[in-house]
Design a protein around this ligand. Sequence first.
Ligand SMILES: CC(C)(COP(=O)(O)OP(=O)(O)OC[C@H]1O[C@@H](n2cnc3c(N)ncnc32)[C@H](O)[C@@H]1OP(=O)(O)O)[C@@H](O)C(=O)NCCC(=O)NCCS
Length: 142
Amino acid sequence: MEIQRLTINDYKEMIRLWLTAKLPFKPKGRDSREAIAVEMKASPDFFLGAFEDNHLVGTVIISCDVRKGWINRLAVDPSYQHRGIAKALIVESERTLRKHGIRIFCALIEDYNVISKELFKECGYVEHHDITYFSKRDSDEV
Ligand SMILES: CC(C)(COP(=O)(O)OP(=O)(O)OC[C@H]1O[C@@H](n2cnc3c(N)ncnc32)[C@H](O)[C@@H]1OP(=O)(O)O)[C@@H](O)C(=O)NCCC(=O)NCCS
């Protein structure tokens, strides 16, 4: 398994993978081809893919402000799960964020997603029970 930067040419495969992994995403909004192309141009090293024999089997999208780094859209093809691919993508995400001066790594995980919560705990992340996430959106697709 190799971890490489994704390019916009991987977009179709990325969407296929998210659908197969049942990852919720926003195809008309911030996950549209156009929106992803703009983000990739601005932060080319923030889109990572895990490849097996040139076949995309895992993804992660990193984002950061000047304080914190975020791990988003982490997904692994069900046929390739339980082999440490998600763990490797998290480690690589942290390495990339450190290069950008980030020392705090975060993820937002739905409460029902026990597997993902276990994964992040396994990677050394602390679960906060005393914080409630607030957001305000211009539309449901953003
Ligand atoms: C969550 C997901 C990315 C994990 O991918 P993966 O490659 O199978 O994970 P790994 O093999 O790297 O597992 C690492 C750790 O995660 C935990 N984990 C993974 N699968 C698990 C399961 N089915 N049950 C409990 N814990 C699990 C374990 O702690 C595991 O460590 P171990 O192998 O030493 O036991 C994958 O299940 C997925 O794509 N899920 C759907 C999309 C999603 O929910 N993404 C996360 C959004 S926040």
